[in-house]
Design a binder for this molecule. Structure first.
Ligand code: ADP
Ligand code: MG
Length: 696
C-alpha cells in the first residue's frame, strides 16, 4: 500500500469519536456527554445543541452537506433518510444549521418498514432516537447518526433498541455476581468480534443472472469439474484483483473506525473472509453492518460483486459469520479468562457454567435467531455446524468440570494437583491444533464463538438473545448466592449442580458426523432443521416469559417479530420461485429449443446425404424429454405458488414454502442442471459455475 505510513492518520478520520469530542467540545459539555454515554444520563437540550453544532462543523470539514438518522429496522439491514443542513433566512439566503433537537430525535416517514402488525401504515410514523454510545461518522457527504427506531406507543420496531436493552440487562446481572465476589468497582459489558465470510464474482457475469440479482443465490448451475476438493483456495495466495479490493475495503473501513484486521481466502473458490478486532456489542453490530455495506460498494468499484448470501452456489461451502462473544469490564478485564487467584477462578467457572446452562435451557431460542431461508442450506450440510445447538468446551475445561462434579481435584496431566478454591487454574490454552471447527458454540480460550450465524444476518438478534439468556441464569445464581455463608463452597456446589443438570449440551466431538445427530437425540437435544420449524418457537411461553422478565420485548412485540421473520422467510422462497419460473420460460427453454432446432436441422440434412445422425437424434430426444419435464414442473410450481399465497396463516404459509415449494425448486434444479450439461455452451444463456467461481 502506498499510504501505509498514513494508516494511523486515516483510522477513524471520519468518526466523531472521543478524541474529537474532547478536542471540539467545551469541557463541561464534553463531561455531560460522556456521562450520557457511560451512564445513560439523559442529555439536556442546551448540551445537545452544543454537541450538534460541533458535529456539524466537524462534518462539514469532511464534505458533509447532509445528516441522517441511521437505523436498523426489521429488514436486517440499515435504513437512512438524508436531510441537508440548509435553513432559509429572511433575505432568501440560507445558513447551514444542525440543532440539538434534530440530533436527538428524528421522524422518518418510515411507515413501510415491517412492523408485524404493531403499527398500521395510517398510524403514527415512529421516531428515531440518537444512540450516543455508537459514534457518529461521515460517509459520502453525509453525517450519520446511529439511532434506535421506536413507535410513538414505545413499541420496538428495530434491532438496536432491544440490543441496547439486553446489554444493560446483562451488565446488571454480571455486576451482581462481581459484587458477590467482592468486586463492586467494576462496570461489566459484552464484547463481540464478528468474522464475516463472502463471495466475490465478476460483475459482468452477475449482471447476466437474474437469480443472483433477485435472490442473491444461483437457483441452478451444473457442478463444474473442479470445486473445492483440493483445498487449494483456503488461505491461498490472493488474486491481484481481490487484493486490490481488500486494500480499498480496509481503508474505507479504517476511515469509519472499523478495526478490520484479518483478510484471507476461504474454503470455497471465490470465497473470502474478513475479521475485525472485537469491540463492545453495540458498536460491533453497527460496524458489521458497515462492513457488509462497504464490501458491496467497494466490490463494484473493482468490477466485482460481493455476495453475502449464505449459499450462493450449491456444491461448494456457503458463507457464515462467527460471533465471538465475551463478558468483560469497561476497564478491559475479560471475565471469560481464568484469573490469577482462586477467587477469580471460581468466578470464571461460574460464568462459564452460566453460559452452559443458558445455551442448554434456551437452545431452540438460540437456534431460531440464526434461522433464515439462506441459512437453511448451510446448517447441517457438512460445511457448517448442524442445527443442533451444542457447546464445545475443550478437554481441559471439561476435565475441570468433571472433577468438580465428581468431587475430586483436577489433576492436570499428573502435573499440578488442583484443589479448586485453594489453587490457581491453569490458563486455558488456545490450542489451534485441536480447535473444533464443527461446533456451533465453541469456547475458544477466552470467549465463546457462536458459529451458526448466516453471512447476511444482522448480528443484533443473536446477541440480544445471548445477553438475555445468560443474564437470566446469572440472576438466578446471584439470588442463590446472595446469602451464602461460605461463598467458595456455595459457588462450587452451584457449579456442580448446574454442570450436572446441563452437561448434556456439551459435545467435544465431530459435529458433522451422523453419529452425533443420533447421540443428540438420545440426549434430548432439540434438532430444529429448518427455519419454518424453528421460528415459531420465538413465541413459546418460556421465551415470552424470559423477554418480559427482562424488559426486552413485550408479548405483542415477540409476536410481531415472529410474524416478520416467518413472513420474510416465505417471501424469500416466493421470490425464488417466481425468478426461476421466469428464467425457465424466457431463457432456458427457448435457448435449449434453439439448440434442438439446430441439431434437428443437421440430422435432417444428414439424412438427405445418407449419413448417420444417431448422435443428434439421441441428444434431441434426451433434451426434449428433460425440457418437457422442466416445463411441466414449472407449471406445477406456478400452481403451488398460487396455493401458498392463498394461505392466510403465516406459519402455515412458511411451512408450505419450506416443504412443498422447495421440493419443486429442487426438482427443477436437477432438470435444469441436466439441460445445462447437455447444451452446447454457445446456446446456454447463463454464466456457469466454472465461469463465476474460477475467474482471473
Ligand atoms: P481465531 O482466529 O482463533 O478464531 P482470533 O483471536 O483471531 O481467533 O479472533 C477471532 C475473532 O474473535 C476476532 O474478530 C477477534 O477480535 C474476536 N475476539 C477475540 N477476543 C475477543 C473477546 N474477548 N471478545 C469478543 N471477541 C473477541
Ligand atoms: Mg473463528
Amino acid at each position: 500500500m502506498e499510504n501505509a505510513k498514513k494508516v494511523p492518520e486515516i483510522f477513524g478520520s471520519m468518526v466523531f469519536g472521543d478524541a474529537v469530542m474532547r478536542e471540539r467540545l467545551p469541557k463541561d459539555i464534553y463531561k455531560a456527554l460522556k456521562n450520557t454515554i457511560e451512564n445513560g444520563e439523559a442529555l439536556k437540550l442546551d448540551i445537545a445543541n452544543s454537541v450538534a453544532t460541533a458535529m456539524k462543523e466537524w462534518a462539514m470539514e469532511r464534505g458533509a452537506t447532509h445528516f441522517t438518522h441511521w437505523f436498523q429496522p426489521m429488514t436486517g439491514i440499515t435504513a437512512e433518510k438524508h436531510d441537508s443542513f440548509i435553513e432559509p433566512l429572511d433575505n432568501g439566503q440560507i445558513i447551514m444549521r444542525f440543532s440539538g433537537k434534530a440530533l436527538v430525535k428524528g421522524e422518518p416517514d418510515a411507515s413501510s418498514f415491517p412492523s408485524g402488525g404493531l403499527r398500521a401504515t395510517f398510524e403514527a410514523r415512529g421516531y428515531t432516537a440518537w444512540d450516543p454510545t455508537s459514534p457518529a461518522f461521515v460517509k459520502e457527504g453525509t453525517l450519520y447518526i446511529p439511532t434506535a427506531f421506536c413507535s410513538y406507543g414505545g413499541e420496538v420496531l428495530d434491532k438496536k433498541t432491544p440490543l441496547l436493552r439486553s446489554m444493560q440487562v446483562i451488565a446488571k446481572s454480571v455486576k451482581k455476581i462481581l459484587e458477590i465476589f467482592g468486586r463492586d468497582d467494576l462496570t461489566p459489558t459484552t464484547t463481540v468480534g464478528a468474522e464475516q465470510e463472502y463471495f466475490l464474482i465478476p460483475k459482468e457475469l452477475y449482471d447476466r443472472r437474474e437469480d443472483l440479482q433477485f435472490c442473491g443465490r444461483t437457483l441452478f448451475g451444473a457442478t463444474p469439474p473442479k470445486r473445492q476438493e483440493m483445498d487449494d483456495h483456503y488461505f491461498g495466495a490472493i488474486k491481484p484483483k481481490v487484493k486490490a479490493f481488500m486494500e480499498e475495503l480496509d481503508i474505507e473501513l479504517w476511515k469509519l473506525g472499523v478495526m478490520a484486521k484479518t483478510e484471507h481466502n476461504e474454503a470455497a473458490p471465490a470465497q473470502h473472509e474478513l475479521a475485525p478486532i472485537f469491540s463492545t456489542t453495540n458498536i460491533a453490530c453497527d460496524h458489521n453492518q458497515l462492513t457488509m455495506e462497504m464490501m458491496k460498494k467497494v466490490a463494484e468499484k473493482h468490477g466485482l460483486v460481493c455476495l453475502l448470501h449464505e449459499k450462493p452456489f450449491m456444491g461448494v461451502n456457503g458463507s457464515g459469520k462467527h460471533n465471538n462473544w465475551s463478558l468483560s469490564t469497561t476497564s478491559g478485564i475479560n471475565l471469560l479468562e481464568p484469573g490469577d487467584s482462586p477467587n477469580e477462578n471460581l468466578q470464571f467457572l461460574l460464568f462459564i457454567v452460566a453460559v452452559i446452562a443458558a445455551v442448554d435451557e434456551y437452545a431452540p431460542l438460540l437456534r431460531l435467531t440464526v434461522a433464515s431461508a439462506g441459512n437453511d442450506y448451510r446448517l447441517g450440510a457438512s460445511e457448517a455446524p448442524p442445527a443442533i445447538v451444542s457447546i464445545f468446551l475443550g478437554d481441559e475445561l471439561t476435565e475441570i468440570f468433571e472433577a468438580i462434579e465428581n468431587g475430586k481435584g483436577y489433576d492436570k496431566k499428573g502435573k499440578v494437583y488442583m484443589d479448586i478454591g485453594a489453587d490457581v487454574l491453569p490458563k486455558i490454552r488456545k490450542d489451534n491444533t485441536d480447535r473444533n471447527r464443527t461446533s456451533p458454540f465453541a469456547f475458544t480460550g477466552n470467549k465463546f464463538e457462536f458459529r451458526m450465524l448466516g453471512s447476511s444476518l444482522s448480528i443484533a438478534e443473536p446477541n440480544i438473545i445471548l445477553n438475555t439468556i445468560v443474564s437470566d441464569i446469572l440472576d438466578r445464581f446471584a439470588e442463590r448466592l446472595s446469602d451464602a455463608d461460605d461463598l467458595p463452597q456455595a459457588v462450587l456446589e452451584l457449579i456442580k449442580e448446574t454442570y450436572s443438570e446441563h452437561k448434556r449440551v456439551i459435545f467435544n466431538g465431530n459435529g458433522y458426523s451422523d453419529g452425533w445427530t443420533e447421540e443428540a437425540e438420545k440426549r434430548g437435544l432439540p434438532n430444529l432443521r429448518t427455519s419454518a420449524a424453528a421460528l415459531p418457537y420465538l413465541r413459546s411461553e418460556q421465551n415470552v416469559a424470559l423477554f418480559e422478565r427482562h424488559g426486552i420485548f413485550t408479548a405483542s412485540e415477540v409476536n410481531s417479530r415472529c410474524d416478520i421473520m416467518l413472513e420474510s422467510f416465505a417471501k424469500t422462497v416466493h421470490i425464488e420461485a417466481l425468478t426461476l419460473i421466469d428464467m425457465i420460460n424466457k431463457e432456458i427453454l427457448p435457448s435449449v429449443a434453439s439448440y434442438m432446432n439446430s441439431l434437428t436441422e443437421l440430422a435432417l440434412r444428414k439424412a438427405e446425404l445418407g449419413v448417420s445422425s444417431g448422435f443428434e437424434r439421441d441428444l434431441v430426444k434426451k433434451l426434449s424429454i428433460t425440457c418437457d419435464k422442466t416445463a411441466s414442473s414449472a407449471a406445477k410450481l406456478e400452481r403451488a405458488v398460487n396455493t401458498a399465497e392463498k394461505k392466510e396463516n403465516v406459519s402455515e404459509r412458511a411451512e408450505y414454502y419450506d416443504k412443498d415449494i422447495r421440493k419443486l425448486l429442487n426438482e427443477l434444479r436437477t432438470s435444469i442442471d441436466e439441460l445445462e450439461q447437455k447444451t452446447a455452451k454457445k446456446y446456454w444463456p447463463y454464466p456457469t459455475y466454472a465461469d463465476m467461481l474460477f475467474y482471473n
